[in-house]
Design a protein around this ligand. Sequence first.
Ligand SMILES: Cc1cc2nc3c(=O)[nH]c(=O)nc-3n(C[C@H](O)[C@H](O)[C@H](O)COP(=O)(O)O)c2cc1C
Length: 184
Amino acid sequence: MENSGQTPSEIRHRIWMELGRATQDRLHAWRTPVLATTAEDGLPDARTVVLREADANTAHLRFYTDGRSAKISHLSGQPQAVLVFWSKRLNWQLRMRVSITTHAAGPVVDAVWARVSQSAAADDYLSPYAPGSALSAATPTAAPSRHHLAVLSAEVHDIDWLELARGGHRRARLGADTWDWLTP
Ligand SMILES: Cc1cc2nc3c(=O)[nH]c(=O)nc-3n(C[C@H](O)[C@H](O)[C@H](O)COP(=O)(O)O)c2cc1C
């Protein structure tokens, strides 16, 4: 493993640096965290998403999704969610408690769509069918006329950081301005 630094501030800095890298590097393990939400029936649900943006200064992450997907209705009922990242290279796991704001329209979505619409991923947001809708119920419709891109903005409240190492695991809870070492 690369030297992760020893002090809390070095580790915190490294975490956000790696999150930033993951938005640029398709091979970075932290590019595809698992997002866990609470469904309308109170039960947990989880799925993989792509990390699109990471802002260390504001402690915000961004994801893109289809505005008709189940996770959107989960988040409208319960905006508190959990993100789990694991990197074998770093031997680091992150479990983040976040609250998520959904942008389904407006300037934030318009700015992202201006970029995404020019990319191969545009089709992901142009299907006339809602994600998860039954194929048997799907009827042919006219060519897609509008996109369904939604931007998820996650405010990171705290991070449970776990490092696996032969010489001894380490774990800590990082708040905005706090650092607590925990038993792994
Ligand atoms: C590697 C990988 C990356 C994915 N990235 C995204 C993503 O960025 N946004 C998204 O909405 N779904 C993404 N998905 C699909 C989701 O995991 C999920 O199947 C879909 O969003 C429907 O989830 P929901 O019904 O819980 O809303 C990805 C799946 C995989 C396997």
